[in-house]
Write a protein that binds this ligand. Structure first.
Ligand code: C2O
Ligand code: CU
Length: 537
């Protein structure tokens, strides 16, 4: 709509990459080379598998006050549905999602990420993408702690990958408030493929202040990793390739089914009482909009960076790749009933028409609760310290814009028209506060993520995208829209809607070094929608 040339060609490619035109694509699945035998032809019964909850990882050792963990990455078979043969997947300690790391505030840990994956990738690599050339090892991993305030050498920089047989060492200081963090692969040029195979897990950071609130805990505090996927009838992953086999990258991946903690349509037996759910969107490109049926309000208590200043009651939860929302769902009034978690977001968001998974998860409410303690959801959760705009010493304006590579049919979405290897342009000074503005000139929402920091959303203002594309002029067409109720806390990933100027305020505070900022739609991230930034001393 906005960018006539590239916008249209891209949308056409998306249509063919969508389910409607599957035959036009070269589907590569592991068991069925080239066949279009995807699950759209197989009927699966919903809600037959119990929801798996990833186990909490035990430390390998504790020495000198330091806690050491080790996680081995490998290939294995795991069942995603009762009626499908086991899928070939990748994960940590033999499972995907990997085991949950439970960390305590101000207690640093050390993690060894041991790559024992096969040398050949299961999915089709696009060797024309930056960092994924033929002379690089096919399988590479660089594990990033998403939302973690860590030093650059532990951040999982895309180029800092290790190959099978090698290991990555990281140090996580945990000097930040309680929050739902997660770990996932970040290797240059193949992050989307490694994520698709399953390289992700939860990292839950706890602290005494949060504990004192008496929120649902233990068995009543359950992380939910949502990922859309496409399977063939033999239960194997399908990751479509584009029409150009020399450059098979696709602009976005959208699957037909949603996994919750690695299962299609699981159910969860719950007691008639409040639960805390930590929602994480670990999809490659899909944005979810979640409701329950029958409709029950979500009480949001936290977002990416931890607790919100106040609880927020929400009818639906919009969740983009990389984002987390912690909610309390109260089943007290539903004794003996069932509630379904439903998704109704269009893909691409907000105006696409590629069909996607509607059913996500079923809650089956029992008649009794085992716990005697009654959970009270506090209203004042965390103290709200929002940096003031006047404290910002610099404002940077960034464009999100589609471009066509010269002499090629392929487009990419670039940040400021620059590629990953172009010279660093973002170099905030440590302990300074900056405002970053995102001018989205594309048709879709992009979740923009910054490493090593948390920020707050200031506002979003509609502008005339056509005017900007024609004359590089920012013409605002409406009043600034304040953050939505669930977006008032500390964020590390923010949805930038099309035709809006999204403004965030960022206190840069950490160990100087080189980090990245990028779109968390992994197909975009792998195709240059990622830039380095340097935190200057
Ligand atoms: Cu969740 Cu740079 O990533
Ligand atoms: Cu994007």
């Amino acid at each position: 709509m906005f960018d006539r040339l590239s916008g249209w060609s891209r949308r056409q490619l998306l249509q063919t990459a969508g389910l409607a035109g599957f035959a036009a694509l070269n589907l590569r699945s592991q068991s069925d080379e080239g066949g279009a035998n995807n699950l759209s032809g197989v009927w699966l019964e919903p809600f037959v598998d119990p929801l798996p909850v990833p186990k909490v990882l035990r430390p390998r050792s504790v020495s000198g006050g330091r806690v050491h963990y080790a996680l081995t990455m490998s290939e294995f078979r795991q069942k995603v549905h009762r009626d499908l043969p086991a899928s070939i997947l990748w994960g940590f300690e033999g499972a995907t999602p990997g085991p949950t790391i439970a960390a305590q505030r101000d207690r640093p840990i050390e993690v060894h990420w041991i790559n024992k994956l096969p040398d050949r990738h299961r999915l089709t690599i696009d060797h024309t993408l930056g960092g994924a050339a033929k002379d690089e090892p096919e399988v590479r991993t660089s594990i990033h702690l998403h939302g973690g305030h860590v030093a650059a050498n532990s951040d999982g920089y895309p180029d800092d990958w290790v190959a099978p047989g090698d290991r990555q060492l990281t140090y996580y200081p945990n000097g930040q408030p309680a929050a739902t963090l997660w770990y996932h692969d970040h290797a240059m040029g193949i992050t989307r493929l490694n994520a698709m195979m399953g390289l992700a897990g939860f990292y839950l950071l706890y602290d005494p202040a949060e504990k004192a609130l008496g929120l649902p805990a233990g068995a009543y505090d359950i992380p939910l990793l949502l990922q859309d996927r496409l399977f063939d009838a033999r239960g194997q992953l399908i990751y479509p390739t584009g029409p150009d086999l020399a450059a098979p990258w696709i602009p976005e991946f959208f699957g037909t089914h949603a996994l919750v903690n690695g299962k299609i349509w699981p159910y969860l037996q719950v007691e008639p009482r409040p639960y805390r759910f930590r929602l994480l969107n670990g999809s490659n490109s899909r944005i979810f909009r979640l409701t329950t049926l029958p409709q029950q309000a979500f009480i949001q208590i936290a977002s990416d960076g931890g607790l919100l200043p106040e609880v927020v009651q929400r009818e639906d939860i919009l969740l983009a790749p990389g984002e987390r929302v912690d909610v309390v769902l109260d089943f007290t009034a539903y004794k003996g009933h069932r509630l379904n978690l439903i998704n109704d977001a269009p893909a691409p968001y907000p105006s696409g028409n590629i069909p996607g998974p509607r059913l996500i998860l079923q809650f089956r409410v029992g008649h009794r609760t085992a716990a005697t303690q009654q959970t009270v959801v506090a209203s004042g959760l965390a103290s709200a310290v929002k940096p003031h705009e006047k404290e910002a010493t610099k404002t940077r304006r960034h464009t999100l814009r589609e471009v066509m590579a010269i002499g090629s049919k392929r487009h990419s979405v670039l940040l400021n028209g620059q590629r990953f290897d172009d010279p660093v342009t973002e170099d905030p000074k440590n302990n300074s506060i900056e405002i970053w503005e995102f001018v989205n000139l594309t048709m879709d929402s992009h979740p923009i993520h910054l490493h090593a920091v948390h920020f707050q959303l200031l506002d979003r203002t509609p502008f005339d995208a056509r005017e900007y594309l024609n004359a590089e002029k920012l013409v605002l067409t409406g009043k600034p829209l304040p953050p939505a109720p669930g977006e008032t806390g500390w964020k590390d990933t923010i949805i930038c809607p099309p035709g809006q100027l999204t403004r965030i305020i960022i206190p840069f505070r950490g160990e100087p070094g080189r980090f990245v900022w990028h779109c968390h739609m992994l197909e975009h991230e792998d195709n240059e929608m990622m830039r380095p930034y340097i935190l200057r001393p």
